[in-house]
Ligand binder design. Structure first.
Ligand SMILES: NC(=O)C1=CN([C@@H]2O[C@H](COP(=O)(O)OP(=O)(O)OC[C@H]3O[C@@H](n4cnc5c(N)ncnc54)[C@H](O)[C@@H]3O)[C@@H](O)[C@H]2O)C=CC1
Length: 388
């Protein structure tokens, strides 16, 4: 545990870690990858190039350190990060590696501000953070291993069926090569695919929302826009991939409150799982399914949604296309003022899509009087706060 004095030193030096610039994150990752290139298997190297991941790591550490004395405030963040770490097969031995390079970076770049006392306080804080996460992650690994159809680490799967859902999205059905059952998922969760394409020096891992389980096989639906999605889109039936078990805490709540699913582009995928589950359960919960995309050709799961809305009056399906079309309910970006019957007071609102879309919709929802606690969302990639 940190001493009173160490808490004070953390507080004092927090801006140093919370507001690091590109120079600091570049120094840290260059150091980390030079000394421990093996950890490159665990980092999304595309996020490294875009510069998103580096800031996420430093800001998460700063947030943890700030609330170490009030651990109840860290519960949500701890759970979110642990889910991602378990999906990426991060293990206790990785923590000292990151910790060493983090402290060394601060020492090297801020020799005057990062005094010996401050260094000792941050070392103690990092150990405490690692301890919190390792405990949470150990529990999740054990849970995954003990579940019926569950597994620890990775399990090999084979692509058994491929379906084109729209111009750029394909669904892949995945069966375990060792047979046997597969663990279920909570609608909204994702699977993590591990592959090493021929042109890549490191294994790469990406999360993809599960869009359902059919005949004992997972279905994921993937847009072609990166290293792993490119690998999948080129793959044929019979191709082998490794998966870690379903993970993620952006999940459908079990309450009977009306649900409002709001997505854009390939962000439709977790919503398909959530609505699919309610339909399968013959739920009497009223649902609104609001979706935005470029045009009809890009509209994934269009026929399926049509079928669902024709079968039940409980599901209200509305879509916005950027381009003019007879099929669209509305043209342009999604505007929630177009919808008059949203359950503002008691609805649960689920959001998924590109960041610009999420920010715009979050703002619209709060302006309509929806409270923050009613809004659930997930950002693929490094976590950030929509309200910020
Ligand atoms: N479970 C998850 O968290 C998942 C997250 N995603 C995220 O969703 C994103 C999906 O992206 P794409 O399909 O490539 O989307 P996209 O770039 O094709 O855009 C889809 C639609 O979003 C709307 N949009 C885009 N920018 C907007 C803005 N600034 N304001 C208002 N509306 C806007 C437009 O209607 C556009 O047609 C991915 O980048 C990924 O981050 C995707 C799948 C699952």
């Amino acid at each position: 545990m940190l001493s009173e004095q160490q808490f004070a030193l953390i507080e004092q030096s927090l801006p140093l870690v919370a507001n690091v610039g590109v120079g600091v994150t570049e120094h840290f990752y260059a150091r980390l990858f030079e000394h421990n290139p093996e950890v490159k298997h665990y980092f999304n190297l595309s996020n490294q190039q875009s510069g998103k991941q580096p800031f996420a790591l430093f800001s998460a550490i700063a947030r943890f350190a700030k609330f170490l004395g009030e651990p109840e405030k860290l519960d949500t963040l701890k759970k979110q990060i642990a889910q991602k770490h378990v999906a990426l097969t991060i293990k206790p031995e990785h923590y000292p590696i990151v910790g060493t390079h983090l402290i060394a970076t601060l020492q090297e770049l801020f020799p005057e501000d990062f005094t010996k006392d401050i260094e000792a306080a941050w070392t103690a804080a990092y150990l405490a953070i690692a301890d919190l996460l390792i405990t949470e992650e150990t529990g999740l690994y054990a849970q995954n291993a003990a579940a019926v159809g569950g597994w620890d680490g990775t399990r090999q799967f084979q692509i058994t069926r491929i379906e084109q859902e729209s111009e750029q999205v394909k669904s892949f059905y995945l069966a375990p090569t060792n047979g046997g059952p597969i663990v279920g998922f909570t609608p909204g969760q994702y699977l993590t695919v591990q592959v090493q394409p021929d042109d890549q020096a490191y294994r790469q891992m990406r999360h993809y929302s599960i869009t359902g389980i059919f005949d004992g096989q997972y279905r994921i639906s993937v847009k072609q826009d990166g290293v792993v999605s490119g690998f999948l889109h080129k793959a044929s039936i019979g191709a082998l991939i490794d998966l870690t078990p379903p993970s993620g805490d952006f999940t459908l709540k079990t309450s009977s409150n009306p649900k409002v699913f709001i997505s854009a582009g390939v962000g439709i995928t977790p919503m398909v799982a959530m609505l699919g589950h309610l339909v399968e359960m013959k739920s009497s919960t009223p649902c609104h399914f609001l979706h935005a995309c470029q045009n009809e050709a890009m509209h994934s799961f269009k026929e399926w949604l049509n079928g669902v809305s024709q079968k039940t009056a409980l599901v209200d399906v509305i879509h916005w296309y950027e381009e003019q079309s007879d099929y669209a309910t509305f043209t342009g970006f999604m505007n929630l003022h177009d919808v008059t019957n949203l359950p503002i007071k008691d609805g649960e609102f689920y959001l998924c899509g590109p960041i610009g879309f999420m920010k715009a919709i979050y703002k619209q929802l709060t302006a309509l009087g929806v409270s923050q606690s009613q809004i659930h969302y997930e950002l693929f990639g490094p976590h950030s706060d929509l309200a910020a």
